[in-house]
Design a binder for this molecule. Structure first.
Ligand SMILES: *[C@@H]1O[C@H](CO)[C@@H](O)[C@H](O)[C@H]1NC(C)=O
Ligand SMILES: *[C@@H]1O[C@H](CO)[C@@H](O)[C@H](O)[C@H]1NC(C)=O
Ligand SMILES: *[C@@H]1O[C@H](CO)[C@@H](O)[C@H](O)[C@H]1NC(C)=O
Length: 493
């Protein structure tokens, strides 16, 4: 009897430990891998391609890039796309998310001149993917704006809504018969805040608290316009789905104090709520707290109106509900505390926010100190999206880890394992509708203002080799095994 119950106990313990140490991916859980045009293609002026804002910035202001480099050649995927498809297929990925270079399609930006060679390139890539059983997912705008538009204010010019819609229309007409998953815009915050607020990204304007907010409104309207075009004209025939991708961090209150809880919420609203709330919240429009804080500070600075351009009731309705899924790029979590208002000087988005953020140095990080592995933060974020934005379907469109370029990239494996478990916990225990996880990135590539210094790839790329030799890292083995067995190990963190 005694012996029997001891044995039983041992079996029970063994089973629960076993269940925790390995779990099966649900059959309909998709795993894919991502890249973006400027970061991998190269061929910057080949076959009729026009100049994009990153071409211009890297050529005229190399001092803005940490290693002074450009994406002129990058991974040379313009010539090596067939090899890329084999890299994707050999690991068993089900989906490839890539982006289109706008100036490869419309070299001057304007619609009077289409570059057929650009259309051909993407047709070839799409056909190659389908022939190898990999589903294409297209990002229409991943920061590759024709340089010409910058002369007219780029994303701060309301006319961009019409330019962007015409560009997207040609993509639907050209590729929509075979492509069923679309992302309108990748990471509006990075476009507006880094491109027009701090100036670390192309086109490099630094009018924080003014131009970034002008951009915000236009990005939302441009996204909504393209969604509505697809939904009305193309979806009935092509039967695809389309949404926006928003990079979202998790903000955890730095203490139980009410002011810190409010600060964490405020950080979330300024960081991604300003883009997500207008599209996904049942009432639409900007988060109230963002409107209040920007208006109050604008007034103290002597502005007669808020620096955040208003959305009219008509615009609020137009933007609301325009996404078939929440495209989520997630990289990290931070703690947030309240901060007293800064003295009134120049407009500044960070000062509008009135928060202090920091992280826990014990959380795993690599070559970007504020990108850290925090699976519980990821799970809380997924629940936040479910609970505040009408329980949308969520596609994790990016999740990845920057390290120092190790071939034995064990920290990258740890990162994906930890976060995939967080996603599965949210799916299985919290009923969050998240069944797609896309890894950033297929291979080391051009990391914007950081140049080639920050690798995110599953494959190493030798950037001093004319052939841009790709070498699998340990993380390739991890994903290959995961996609073959569909069993995910569960480490104790
Ligand atoms: C801008 O457009 C004009 C004509 O539409 C063209 O001649 C010019 O080359 C373009 N400039 C850039 C930088 O693309
Ligand atoms: C903003 O850009 C201007 C022009 O390039 C430059 O002179 C100035 O130093 C920049 N300011 C900041 C805060 O980066
Ligand atoms: C990268 O390529 C260069 C030039 O072919 C070669 O000399 C070097 O050994 C390569 N580096 C690695 C890590 O393979």
């Amino acid at each position: 009897m005694t012996i029997g119950s001891v044995t039983l106990l041992v079996i029970v313990c063994f089973c629960s430990v076993y269940a925790q140490s390995s779990r099966k991916l649900p059959d309909d859980f998709n795993i894919g891998v991502a890249t973006a045009a400027y970061q991998i293609e190269g061929g910057w002026n080949e076959d009729g391609k026009g100049e994009g804002i990153w071409d211009y910035m890297t050529h005229h202001h190399p001092e803005k890039i940490t290693d002074g480099s450009s994406g002129d050649v990058a991974c040379d995927s313009y010539h090596k796309y067939k090899q890329d498809v084999q890299l994707i297929k050999s690991l068993g990925f089900q989906r490839y998310r890539f982006s289109i270079s706008w100036p490869r399609i419309f070299p001057n930006g304007f619609m009077n001149k289409v570059n057929q060679a650009g259309i051909d390139y993407y047709n070839n890539l799409i056909n190659e993917l389908l022939a190898n059983d990999v589903e294409p997912m297209i990002t229409i705008y991943h920061w590759n704006l024709p340089q010409n538009f910058t002369n007219f204010g780029g994303w701060t010019n309301p006319q961009i809504v019409s330019w962007f819609t015409s560009y997207a229309k040609l993509l639907f007409e050209s590729f929509g018969d075979r492509v069923k998953l679309w992302i309108t815009i990748n990471e509006p915050k990075q476009i507006c805040v880094f491109g027009y607020g701090t100036g670390i990204f192309a086109p490099g304007l630094n009018y924080s608290g003014v131009a970034d907010y002008m951009c915000t409104k236009n990005v939302l309207l441009a996204h909504a316009s393209v969604y509505r075009l697809y939904d009305k004209i193309f979806k009935p025939k092509q039967k695809g789905r389309i949404g926006i991708t928003i990079e979202s961090v998790w903000g955890e209150p730095g203490s139980d104090a009410e002011e810190d809880k409010k600060a964490a919420d405020r950080m979330i609203q300024f960081d991604f709520g300003i883009y997500a709330h207008p599209v996904f919240h049942k009432n639409g429009g900007y988060p109230k707290v963002v409107e209040e804080y920007v208006a109050r500070r604008s007034s103290a600075e002597g502005f007669s109106k808020s620096r955040l351009p208003k959305l009219t009731p008509k615009e609020i309705d137009y933007i609301k509900g325009t996404s078939d899924f929440y495209g989520l790029n997630h990289y990290s979590t931070m703690y947030v505390k309240n901060k007293l208002p800064d003295p009134i000087t120049n407009p500044c988005r960070i000062k509008d926010m009135q928060v202090h953020t920091y992280d826990d140095p014990s959380w795993l990080s690599g070559s970007i100190s504020y990108f850290r592995l925090v699976p519980w933060g990821f799970r809380k974020l997924l629940n936040y999206i479910k609970n505040n934005y009408q329980d949308p379907e969520i596609i994790v469109t990016e999740n990845g880890f920057p390290d120092y370029g190790e071939i034995e990239d064990n920290n990258r494996i740890k990162f994906h394992k930890g976060n995939l478990n967080a996603v599965l916990d949210a799916l299985i225990y919290d009923n969050v509708k998240v069944k797609d996880y896309i890894v950033w990135s297929l291979m080391d590539n051009y990391e914007w203002s950081e140049g080639y210094r920050i690798p995110f790839g599953l494959y190493h790329v030798n950037f001093t080799d004319v052939n841009r030799q790709r070498t699998p890292k340990a993380s390739c083995g991890f994903f290959k095994d995961l996609l073959y067995t569909r069993k995910l190990a569960h480490d104790e963190n």
